[in-house]
Design a binder for this molecule. Sequence first.
Ligand code: UDX
Length: 447
Amino acid sequence: MRIAVIGSGYVGLVSGACFSEFGVEVICVDNDAAKIARLQRGEIPIFEPGLDQVVQTNVANGRLRFATDLGTAVEGADAVFIAVGTPSRRGDGHADLSYVFAAAEEIAKTVKDYTVVVTKSTVPVGTGRKVAEVLRKRLPESKFDVVSNPEFLREGSAIEDFMRPDRVVIGTDSERAAGVMRELYRPLSLIEKPILFTSLETAELIKYAANSFLATKITFINQIADLCENVGADVQDVARGIGLDGRIGRKFLHAGPGFGGSCFPKDCLALVKTAQEASAPLTIVETVVASNDSRKQHMAERIIQACGGSVKAKTIAVLGLTFKPNTDDMRDSPSLAIVPALQQAGATIRAFDPEGMSEAKKQLTGITFCSGSYETMEGAHALVIVTEWNEFRALDLDRVKSLLKTPTIIDLRNIYKPADMAEAGFHYFSIGRGAAAPVRQRLQAKS
Ligand code: UDX
């Protein structure tokens, strides 16, 4: 089988590389010539563990190629995947679909034989039908079908998510197109991964509903964390206590500084807009969006309180800037709200992130960027952990104490235990672990 993937951003590149790993012949297309030149030289423009290896192997065996010319890529392809960006449109929160429709126009100009046109980009309900309209203007019905095949890739584990997904969703009205998609995903049906066939609209909505539900779960536990702090309970125990109920599940119940990234904030907003326009408002998701935005802002206030009510003329060490570990992505990261607010309050910031430094330098100004965790702490009045990179989980606490001017740690990801930190002599602040936490640890130590 042969496919073309239009858009060599995160989704396009990972999907293209993984399909080639399945044995499909893949051409990834992008109109950014510099990006394609880098890929052709074997450089991977994003940080995604394992991606370089998959690309390298499949480029070497000739199954994966990169090009700027859409025409040659589309010609003779069994399926063309549209994986271009759908950013939030400025002003109204709607997904900007101009790149999707531009890609459809280009495909329509080139297609000769029957081709399945697949939207992989996250697109609002109804987009698939509009893509079909664009194609219909130039092509007879018999030459194409449109399919919605949303991705559920998490940054940092995208290869694993593609190769061993919980499910694959394929939305189409056409049996012929379903056959092509079934063939493409055959390696996954062989390992008994569920392949769900639905209508176009349903597939499009599944993607938004999944992300908004997960974002709701996170926001729920974040609000419970606030309650825990006020009533002396421990959010991690609450999360475990509810998560062990199979109907709730344990995943996505880690309280923290609020969700970020390229998907949750944007997809929640887009779903809110779609629902309002369809006269079925999703007030739960509206609340999630508002609560998450204010939470990120509120984190700086917590840090200021932990520093005795003022950070004026104080130095704050920040570990972790990306929206989560194992990515260099800064989009909607909590650090983008926290750091400027601390600066505004008069703090000097020293910061380090294992992979996000070059992105961070573009988006945060007036910071001293350091080359490692300990250097960041030198002379700081407090240490703030914003992102839970593994290398921050086992800091040498004596060394941390000797480097900080005052032994204050604000751990926004709960990667340390309050009792251990108290024993090490730190003023330790974390999320949703009220006075109950030390009690629990004493009880556990006894049992
Ligand atoms: C998400 C979805 O998981 C994926 O299926 C979709 O296709 C793209 O969006 P991603 O944005 O890469 O993936 O990150 P994810 O691991 O889902 O985390 C999103 C945000 O939620 C991060 O800021 C993370 O720190 C936060 N989060 C996640 C929590 O605060 N608590 C949790 O329990 C889980």
